[in-house]
Design a protein around this ligand. Structure first.
Ligand SMILES: C[S@@+](CC[C@H](N)C(=O)[O-])C[C@H]1O[C@@H](n2cnc3c(N)ncnc32)[C@H](O)[C@@H]1O
Length: 236
């Protein structure tokens, strides 16, 4: 699937992709594999009414992996067609820009930011909003793409040419995430992030690209230079 006439990173691309969010072999398939790995970092809760805010929830791919963890799942996204898909998977949805969240301070027990930070123009501002809505003691879980030459080559030049791994034109290389800035921005708001690298299992990915079964498991790796995830707790 190509972005057609839209600029790189234009969120209207997700309208063109709207019917593919949940397709196991569609152009957004890899997001589902990453969502599973993200959910593994979300601690279960027994606190009644605990809220997980899913920033840029897209089609709600995190939802099945949160089942049994005890949260109300609130998903925010710019793209209405994505929110419709998320709502069909029991996500409570609202249309919003992650740079200006229509939520009160400290309302979230967990904030997830899956595959969104590499799409925002104002990284420190988005981090500030995520930390504002997170309660003291709350947990942030994120995954994103590092601002490195390797990431640019693999995620944009290579992956956007492989069917199912990333749609062509979805990323703007300018916005890939500076890890030092990310860590510093969270630290300014009382969150110490712990980063780890993430990549698809190579044999499973190769089989999947040749038509074999999914989902492709994600492996945690030492290098955070391409795709990485991070977890942190806000100071009490
Ligand atoms: C790569 S998708 C990730 C979706 C979801 N988090 C996942 O991992 O499946 C990026 C999502 O970010 C949304 N988005 C892009 N810019 C946004 C912004 N400034 N505020 C809110 N949502 C945004 C898009 O509509 C899209 O649904």
């Amino acid at each position: 699937m190509s972005a057609g006439a839209l600029d790189p990173n234009d969120p209207r691309q997700y309208d063109e992709l709207a019917d593919t969010w949940w397709e196991p072999r569609g152009p957004l398939a890899m997001l589902a594999w990453i969502a599973r790995a993200r959910a593994a970092l979300v601690p279960p809760t027994e606190q009644p009414g605990a809220v997980l805010v899913d920033l840029a929830c897209g089609g709600g791919l995190l939802a099945p992996h949160l089942q049994g963890k005890g949260y109300r799942h609130l998903g925010l996204d710019l793209t209405f067609s994505a929110l419709e898909r998320a709502a069909a998977h029991e996500v409570v949805v609202a249309q919003a820009d992650v740079g200006s969240l229509p939520l009160p301070d400290g309302c979230a027990d967990v904030v997830c930011a899956g595959e969104i930070l590499e799409h925002v123009e104002d990284l420190p501002g988005t981090v500030a909003e995520a930390c504002r809505v997170l309660r003291p003691g709350g947990v942030v879980v994120l995954d994103t793409i590092a601002a490195t030459l390797r990431a640019r080559l693999i995620v944009i030049e290579l992956a956007e040419r492989l069917p199912g791994v990333a749609p062509k034109g979805i990323h703007d290389p300018r916005l890939l995430v500076d890890r030092d800035l990310l860590v510093r921005s969270f630290a300014e708001h009382g969150v110490t992030l712990r980063l780890s690298g993430l990549r698809p299992s190579v044999p499973h990915l190769a089989r999947w690209l040749l038509g074999g079964p999914g989902p492709v498991p994600m492996r945690v790796v030492r290098s955070t230079g391409i795709l990485f995830q991070a977890v942190g707790q806000k100071r009490r």
